[in-house]
Design a protein. Sequence first.
Length: 239
Amino acid sequence: MNTDDSQLLAEVEIFHSRTHSPTRRLSLGHLVLPVDPAPGLGGLLLGGIVAAHLPEVEEDLVPDIHRLVLQVDRGDRVVQPRLRHRYQIDRQGLSRSRHRLVGDGERLSYEFETNGSPLQQVLGAIYSLERLDVLARHALTPVIHKAMRWRGPIAAEFLAYLAGTATSSITAMTDPRAWALEMLGFPAGTVSPSKRDVQRKYRESLRDVHPDHGGDAGEAGQRIEQLGEARRVLLSSLA
């Protein structure tokens, strides 16, 4: 549950048939899905929903889920019912599951409130993807497929894997250039450092974190990886 200090960053409400209902229906409620820069906090939430629930979905349905994601990405008209569930606008009589991505300082975490079947949660995430504009769908479709391949805890390591970065901090996800400038030790107010300045700061920071120069041996590996990611972010913005 949210604490007083946590901040809501993304949210998806999924309305679905009750567990023992003879009909299988699904609808969407409130959506908060920021996706810029991709995958954005919204993309991380959709990927988290899929990764957390897909392992409990019947294995023979997984190829159909992959196919549905591709159809949504292309904007195809998908014949009802979709994977045994009928998608509708009306939410009357349906139960609700709510999933959130929240922040506490620089730390991101998931809050899954699952009241229906795992398949309903996965379908809800895909239907949420369908609500986005065409460019966002194209950017997030690989993220959904990537989430489907994940096997492990849905925590910080998963967030970094899904975003394709060396860190799961909020700043790195929402403003990667600002994070990279701070990571490499550029003074406040720096906007467009040169390629030479980026390389210089990277070498200096790399030396500072190395155990041979007094850096913490236990944290050196992660810090070196983060510095490399910060350099990549800044150099790619200069290209």
